[in-house]
Design a protein around this ligand. Structure first.
Ligand SMILES: NC(=O)c1ccc[n+]([C@@H]2O[C@H](COP(=O)([O-])OP(=O)(O)OC[C@H]3O[C@@H](n4cnc5c(N)ncnc54)[C@H](O)[C@@H]3O)[C@@H](O)[C@H]2O)c1
Length: 337
């Protein structure tokens, strides 16, 4: 029997390379990686996967910017995949506020271009379209969004992801493309971009410098509430995607929920405790600094849970292991900008 071929777009990014690592361990499949290697894409992540030297014969890499269509020559090199995992995206909210058109190009046009390629893949069993909790906009206190609730994106990043999802559904209805959509929330893990909360907190705790924490401040600049998120580590996200390759129904979307909700302050304090040093929090009004930045996101994970999926690793273990990995001198270069 021929082995499955999997195309991962954005595989040099943070979640993409963890998904590759997970699937290398769990399957005997072959992989073709597509990435344009921008500021967030780094092939060192792939080369740093522990089994890379053993498994590199199962991996091919193609450089391409999905703002451009997949031409005939690239299509031949990509081959005829059984699964396409589409993670390539511009993903930094602050940058989307500076350059919204780029996000429309990367996340909407880029998705249409890879889906047009996918339409001609005769082996294709599933196309996983990676979206985000942010498409629903902020979640009121006590509410967690279910998969089919209306989208209310508050910034250009989430608007572009909502457009990406809309094209996924349209390609499913119009062309029968087997699109499964995922909504994930704040992912953490090793080799994350240094500007994200985890590496940034580790850096400031190690250096003894103040750590900015987004919060709601009143007119007198007093603290009213701290921003909160649900967290998941990339191993659990990858495990949910693997589960959906088997059990996900084309045309449907699925919320991937890892752990409980934590405020950014709680996460930062836990990291400081693992390091064994003091956190110096500096509260910053999130709306003053980042217009379009939402204070709380929340997803309801009942659908996937009822289907039988649950996270493989606990929050405490994954946070502990991640922080300890960064503290190892041979990994500390991943903390630097
Ligand atoms: N990180 C999170 O917490 C999170 C949460 C929810 C959803 N997501 C979604 O998951 C996916 C992966 O996120 P991530 O954090 O790994 O992102 P990332 O920014 O680390 O990686 C994105 C990768 O895509 C590549 N890329 C971007 N635009 C491209 C283009 N036009 N053509 C080819 N390659 C391109 C980049 O070079 C990079 O390697 C994204 O779709 C993101 O919207 C992420």
């Amino acid at each position: 029997m021929t082995k499955k071929l999997v195309l991962i777009t954005g595989a040099a990014g943070f979640i993409g390379h963890h998904l590759l690592d997970y699937l290398l361990q769990k399957t005997d499949w072959n992989f073709v990686l597509l990435d344009r290697l921008d500021l967030s894409g780094n092939l060192d992540r792939v080369r740093d996967i522990p089994s890379y030297e053993v498994d590199k014969g199962r991996i091919r890499f193609e450089w391409h910017d999905l703002k451009a269509p997949v031409n005939e020559s690239l299509a031949k090199r990509l081959g005829n995949p059984h699964y396409i995992l589409h993670l390539a995206a511009s993903s930094h909210v602050d940058r989307s506020i500076e350059d919204p058109a780029l996000f429309a190009m990367d996340n909407v046009v880029g998705t249409v271009n890879i889906m047009n390629f996918a339409r001609n893949c005769s082996n294709l069993e599933k196309f996983v379209n990676f979206s985000t909790d942010e498409v629903f906009g902020p979640a009121p206190e006590g509410h967690a969004h279910k998969e089919d609730e209306p989208h209310r994106p508050s910034n250009p990043y989430s608007a572009s992801k909502s457009g990406q999802e809309a094209f996924g559904y349209a390609f499913f209805i119009t062309y029968g493309l087997p699109v499964v959509t995922t909504h994930t929330m704040n992912n953490f893990g090793i080799r994350q971009h240094p500007e994200k909360l985890l590496p940034k907190t580790i850096r400031s705790v190690l250096n003894g410098t103040p750590m900015p924490i987004f919060a709601k401040l009143n007119k007198k600049k007093r603290l009213e509430a701290v921003g909160s998120r649900y967290w998941i580590n990339c191993w659990n996200t990858s495990s949910a995607v693997y589960f959906l390759l088997k059990h996900g129904k084309p045309g449907e979307s699925y919320n991937i929920i890892g752990f409980d909700e934590f405020t950014n302050l709680e996460i930062a304090e836990r990291i400081a405790k693992i390091i064994g040093k003091k956190l110096i929090p500096k509260f910053v009004d999130f709306h003053a600094v980042r217009p379009g930045h939402d204070r709380r996101y929340a997803l309801d994970g009942t659908k996937l849970k009822k289907m039988g999926w649950k996270p493989e690793i606990s929050f405490d273990k994954s946070l502990h292991d991640t922080v300890k990995w960064y503290l190892d001198p041979k990994n500390q270069h991943w903390l630097n900008d």
